[in-house]
Design a protein around this ligand. Structure first.
Ligand code: SAM
Length: 152
């Protein structure tokens, strides 16, 4: 299976890079993970204008990535899923794209383009922490599906 995580994020070194690397390596026995970080001058400018302008700039960057595979948006106001429900989203798929938003989240019209909008809980995390939690849940989800002891 191919998984792509598409985030609104500056391409810069992060304290979390070793965690991403380790979790992507752990997942590699189940799926290949591509980590795509998108940011441009329009986003920088929109951040100085308004939340709405920012969300529009995010949509413009993210829209080309919404594709034929299964598209999952991570959003604090989405459907809260536990790890077992999350694992079912991974089941029987060839390609999944996960979307992580920028500082102002997503435009409603972009949210409607996905197959499902999920929340990782009633807290708001930075996009960097959300990616760590997402990667751990992807590994946990595959462990549940394959009855690997990691999830116990
Ligand atoms: C700083 S948050 C954006 C917060 C913004 N106020 C909003 O309402 O979406 C950046 C991104 O991290 C992800 N994120 C943060 N907390 C989350 C949660 N509890 N569940 C799912 N995704 C979350 C989402 O993709 C979000 O767009």
């Amino acid at each position: 299976m191919n998984i792509e995580i598409v985030s609104i994020a500056k391409k810069e070194r992060s304290t979390y890079d070793p965690l991403y690397k380790e979790l992507i390596k752990m997942i590699s026995r189940f799926a290949k993970v591509d980590d795509t970080e998108l940011f441009n001058k329009d986003v920088t400018k929109a951040h100085t204008i308004s939340p709405e302008a920012s969300k529009q700039a995010y949509s413009k960057l993210l829209e080309p990535y919404i594709s034929k595979g299964f598209n999952i948006i991570l959003h604090p106001d989405g459907k809260i899923v536990d790890s077992y429900e999350f694992s079912k989203l991974l089941d029987d798929k060839i390609a999944i794209k996960f979307f992580i938003g920028g500082a102002y989240g997503f435009e409603d019209k972009f949210l409607k383009k996905s197959d499902v909008v999920i929340s990782l809980g009633n807290i708001t995390m930075s996009h960097k922490i959300a990616k760590v939690v997402l990667l751990e849940q992807i590994y946990r989800g595959f462990s549940i599906l394959s009855n690997h002891p990691y999830h116990k």
